[in-house]
Every structure is written in structure tokens, then in C-alpha cells.
Design a binder for this molecule. Structure first.
Ligand code: AGP
Length: 604
């Protein structure tokens, strides 16, 4: 998730901007930059890597007296993490920083290039500053030009823009990406994409609403809403607890990351869905030329999203799909053929076992693709092609939003390949796309649901183990639910195909064996239900998760009625994540940093 800061006032603007960016480091980034306008002169610096690189570049730059400035930490989504792609982006005499995704940037860029504009970066953001300067030529004021520019953008954005002709004004706009402005008794103005950079500087903050835009000057704050009506600032007192602010007020990063899955999946989908087609601008269709098999390879949670993908690829793209556990694959003598696309999946892009299998595939001459959350990671640099999941930094060691965005990417990719291989009609793809658009809503954690799971979790703190069971894509989801529980509660749990319980494990059935049963309404419901009834008949303690009331369960967690099994998948995913979290909390464990685990296993 990118980070944005802005400042208007008399203090050392450079230090305030760099200090603000430091407070946003926890969000993850791969480059950073600032731009300061003082007495009509711009000073801008950008650097890849950590903030210390930017600090080095700016060490001789001192600001004193009144100035305005903007700063940014970038988590690459469009364009590699390079200095050219780092923000702020510059036009002729203006700078802009942006968080979010401009969906219509390609059309705007085409027009601007036709007008003779020279682009320096690969980013979507750069169109904002050039579009603003194009509008400046035909507008009565900078504000009118800014207002017109914002009206021409589609997608998600939090924007700060400064321009030479207005060296006492910062323009802002917010839609879909968070941003707030803070004030204090010294009449300073602070901007940030979350509250931590403002703590210790501001007393009161205004969280912008979607559609808000306007400007700040030394004497005022002008906010206009999406209907262009003047909006009275809605100031609230700013928390002074930085750690709590980094967690957006949640108890744990993992909890925050569960709650933000809907938002990050909206980013994952952004710019990749038209009404009838999946758009992966980062892919060249030649990647799939001559490919008759897809082989997926990963570890842990990433393996579970890959296992989910095997069902989707074969169902929608009718392409043979196999899957490997990376740590096993690398020591087998696998037969690899060049008509196989080798796909590695990794949140970190650094997992040693997975990285080694990628090297094996490349050595064997296979085409390779990585599904990853960290641009510029080892796997991203090595693979022939990459699809970024855009989950933002995932701080919780137990993966949640990375898994959710991986499955979302795979669902899209199965349709993309289905179109390439002509195994799906336009109507079928359009229907799936309409379902994809509902995934963010399916990931919502309501207070009622969380409270219900919290209450129910007290019953599952002991016993001689858990089975998480499901069929089809709900089997990898069961595996993932079991892994979440193991990781953060330290209780033993197994994911199992529902239909396999009668081939041995049912011998364990007794009241101390807890079975978490996934019963999707739209996929093999009757089959899965009868498997659960077999366990219930043997007095296993059962917690059923379904949209349909199931009276043979000891506990029942209702999900919303959905149009499709894949939406049930995301609804149940959230339940399993919250259930593990609440059991772990009751056991007094460190939810974010469970014992013995590392966020990225870069060793064998
Ligand atoms: C997931 O909760 C675990 N932290 C772990 O299984 C993880 O998924 C695995 O180590 C793979 O990591 P990667 O996705 O970064 O490759």
C-alpha cells in the first residue's frame, strides 16, 4: 500500500515529509520521494529501496521558512520499482503523489502523448500531472484545472498536487484510497494516507470522504464533495497511540488484514475487469502459446491458493493443471515438458523452496509465471512474467489477505486462459466477471459475525484435534483453515477432503474431535452434508459453516446466501480466519508473531 504525506507551514518541510514517510514504512514500499516548493522554486528527490537512500540524497537540502511539500512511499503495482517510477511525478511545473489505481490511465496517456507530452515513467500516476497541466492551459485558475482533472479520472485515488504558480497551495482529492488532513494551533496543514504521520503534530484531523477534493492554503481548508458542494470539515481528535494507529485501531495486524481484504481485493480487481473480458496488461498472450499444461508450485498458504486454482483452471480453461509442494518437487527427478507453463505462487517472492523450483523450471526451458505480492522480489525478477496480487504489505505471519488476493488472481486467470483457449463463451465469462465484482463484499466482516465467532470460539480450546473438511475448492480452503488454526493457536488441525473421512479418519470420531465442516450451497452440498452426517452419527463435535441451516451440527455459523460457490468460498474464508484469530486470542498467543514461525522462509 503506498503512503502519502503533505505539509504546509513554517517548519523544516523536508524533515517533516521524511519523518512522515518513516511513519508509513510499516505499510511496505520499494521506493520513495518528496517535492518541496519554496518561494517559487521546486526541489524534488526520489530514491529506490529504503528511506535511508532518500535521506542520503536530501542531506544537503535544507528548508527554512514557509514552504509546501508532498511525499510518497510506493508499493509497485504499475511499473517496476525504479527511480523513474517513484513518486512525486512531474509535469512542466507541477508535482503529484498518488495512492490507488487510475483505471482509465491508458486512454488519458494515449491522448496526452498525441498532444506531444513526453512520459518519463510506466506509472498510471503520471497521467494526473500531465492532464492537470493540459487543463491549466484552458482553465481560469489552477483550482479549476485541478477540479476538471479529478472529474476525468476513473478508479481509486488519494492525490496531492502542487504547482509552481500556486506556491502557497496544496490541492487534494480522495476517492477509494484513504487520506486525511490535520491542523494545529500553529496554523499548519498536514496530509497523510493514515494517521500515524500526524501523531504529535496535529490535534484535529478530517478524514476525507470519497469524492472529496479541494485545497489548503496558509489561511484555509476548502473541501468540496462529490456533488461539488462546499463541505464543512468534520474534525475529530487524533489518537496519540502510534502502534494502535498503524493497526488502524485493530488489536493485531492480522485482524486488520482480515478486515481489509475487501478493500485490497478491490485493488486486485482494479483495471483488470471489463464487462466481458479479463485484462492482464502485464501478460503477453504469447506466454500461453503452445501450452497444454499448467504446473503450479508453492508452499504453505500459497500452496492452498494454488490447489484452489487447479479446480478453476480445469473447470473453466479446460487445461490440464497439476500442482507440486515446492520442498518435495525440488528433490524429485521431475519430468518437465516445454508445453507446460510453470507457475510459482508466493506472497514474499523469496521462499527458498519455491524459488529453487522456479530455477529448475527455467533451467529445463519451461516458460514461467509468478503470482506474487512483492514487486522486485527474487521470484518476480526471475520469472518470465508476473502478476502482482496488490495485497499491500502483509504484517501478520499467518497469511490472510495474500491468500484472498491470490485466489482472486487465479479466478481471473482461469477466465483469461479460458478466453485464449476459447473454452468459455463471452456470456459465461461476463457472468463470472459479474461474480468477481462481488468478491470484496463477500469478504466483509460484520460485527454480528465476528461477535458470534468470538462467543463460539470458547468451546474449541482443547480436544484432541480438529478436522477441517470440504469438497472441491472447499478442500484447499479446509487445508487453509487448518493451517491458520495450527499457526496461531498451536492446536492440532488437519484439512481433509470430506469424502475421505470414511477411509480411516472417521475412526477418530468422538465428542473430543472437532470437525469444522464447509457446506457450500452451490457445490456438492448433499454430498458434503452426508459426509458430515456420518461424523455426527458417531458423536463427533461439529461446527458447520453454511448458508443453509444444518440441524445435525453442534455449532452453526451462517454465511450470507450467495449466487455462486466462489462467493461462498470467500465468505467461509473470512469465518475460518476470524475463528482461528479468536481461538488464538483466548489461548493468549501472539497472533501476529506466532512461535517458531517466520513471515518469509528464505532458508530450506
Ligand atoms: C502462511 O500463513 C504461512 N505464513 C506460510 O505457510 C507461508 O504461506 C509460506 O511460508 C509461503 O510463503 P510465501 O507465500 O511468501 O512463498
Amino acid at each position: 500500500m503506498c503512503g502519502i504525506v503533505g505539509y504546509l507551514g513554517q517548519k523544516d518541510t523536508k524533515d517533516i515529509l521524511l519523518g512522515g514517510l518513516k511513519e508509513l514504512e510499516y505499510r511496505g514500499y520499494d521506493s520513495a520521494g518528496i517535492a518541496v516548493l519554496q518561494e517559487g522554486n521546486f526541489h524534488s528527490y526520489k530514491a529506490t529501496g529504503k528511506l535511508v537512500n532518500l535521506e542520503e540524497k536530501t542531506q544537503d537540502f535544507i528548508t527554512n521558512g514557509f514552504a509546501i511539500g508532498i511525499g510518497h512511499t510506493r508499493w509497485a503495482t504499475h511499473g517496476k520499482p525504479t527511480e523513474l517510477n517513484a513518486h512525486p511525478h512531474v509535469g512542466e511545473s507541477s508535482y503529484v503523489v498518488h495512492n490507488g489505481i487510475i483505471e482509465n490511465y491508458a486512454d488519458l496517456k494515449k491522448e496526452l502523448i498525441a498532444d506531444g507530452v513526453k512520459f518519463l515513467s510506466q506509472t498510471d500516476t503520471e497521467v494526473i500531472v500531465h492532464q492537470f497541466e493540459k487543463n491549466l492551459k484552458t482553465s481560469d485558475s489552477s483550482f479549476e484545472a485541478f477540479k476538471k482533472t479529478i472529474s476525468q479520472l476513473q478508479g481509486a485515488y488519494a492525490i496531492l498536487l502542487v504547482t509552481k504558480g500556486e506556491d502557497e497551495t496544496i490541492f487534494f482529492a480522495k476517492h477509494g484510497s484513504p487520506m486525511l488532513v490535520g491542523i494545529n494551533a500553529e496554523n499548519e496543514k498536514y496530509f497523510a494516507s493514515s494517521d500515524t504521520p500526524l501523531i504529535g503534530h496535529c490535534s484535529d484531523v478530517n478524514y476525507f470522504e470519497d469524492g472529496d477534493y479541494g485545497y489548503v492554503t496558509p489561511v484555509g481548508l476548502a473541501i468540496f464533495d462529490k456533488n461539488n458542494k462546499v463541505q464543512k470539515p468534520n474534525f475529530s481528535k487524533l489518537t496519540q497511540n502510534k502502534l494502535s494507529a498503524q493497526k488502524d485501531g485493530f488489536r493485531f495486524f492480522m485482524e486488520k488484514e482480515i478486515y481489509e481484504q475487501g478493500d485490497v481485493i478491490a485493488d486486485t480487481l482494479m483495471g483488470r475487469l471489463s464487462d466481458e473480458e479479463i485484462l492482464f496488461e502485464e501478460l503477453d498472450t504469447t506466454l500461453f502459446k503452445g501450452i497444454n499444461e499448467i504446473k503450479l508450485c508453492a508452499c504453505g498458504t500459497s500452496y492452498h491458493s494454488a490447489l484452489t486454482a487447479t479446480y478453476l483452471f480445469e473447470r473453466y480453461a479446460k487445461i490440464k493443471t497439476t500442482i507440486e509442494v515446492a520442498s518435495e518437487f525440488r528433490y524429485r527427478s521431475p519430468i518437465m515438458s516445454k508445453d507446460t507453463l510453470f507457475v510459482v505462487i508466493s506472497q514474499s517472492g523469496e521462499t527458498a523452496d519455491t524459488l529453487e523450483t522456479l530455477k529448475m523450471a527455467k533451467k529445463a526451458g519451461l516458460k514461467t509465471l509468478v503470482i506474487c505480492n512483492v514487486d522486485n522480489s527474487s521470484m518476480v525478477r526471475l520469472a518470465d512474467a508476473c502478476i502482482l496480487t496488490r495485497a499491500g504489505v502483509e504484517k501478520g505471519v499467518a497469511s490472510t489477505k495474500a491468500f484472498a488476493t491470490q485466489v482472486t488472481v487465479f479466478w481471473m486467470l482461469s477466465l483469461y486462459v479460458g478466453k485464449l483457449k476459447d473454452t468459455m463463451s463471452t456470456q459465461e465469462i461476463a457472468k463470472q466477471i459479474a461474480l468477481l465484482r462481488e468478491v470484496p463484499g463477500a469478504c466483509k466482516v460484520t460485527d454480528n459475525l465476528h461477535e458470534r465467532i468470538k462467543r463460539l470460539s470458547k468451546r474449541y480450546l482443547h480436544g484432541h484435534g480438529f478436522f477441517f473438511i470440504g469438497r472441491d475448492v472447499f478442500y484447499p480452503l479446509a487445508l487453509e483453515g487448518a493451517l491458520k488454526l495450527k499457526e496461531i493457536s498451536y492446536l492440532h488441525a488437519e484439512g481433509y477432503p470430506s469424502g475421505e473421512m470414511k477411509h480411516g479418519p472417521i475412526a477418530l470420531a468422538d465428542p473430543e474431535l472437532f470437525t469444522i465442516a464447509l457446506l457450500p450451497q452451490h457445490l456438492l452440498y448433499e454430498k458434503a452434508k452426508s459426509n458430515v452426517e456420518e461424523l455426527s452419527a458417531r458423536d463427533s463435535t461439529i461446527c458447520a459453516i453454511s448458508a443453509i441451516e444444518f440441524d445435525k451440527a453442534d455449532d452453526f455459523i451462517a454465511i450470507n446466501e450467495c449466487k455462486d460457490y466462489m462467493l461462498e468460498f470467500f465468505e467461509m474464508m473470512v469465518v475460518l480466519q476470524v475463528l482461528s484469530l479468536e481461538i488464538s486470542v483466548r489461548l493468549g498467543n501472539d497472533v501476529d508473531m506466532p512461535r517458531n514461525l517466520a513471515k518469509s522462509v528464505t532458508v530450506e
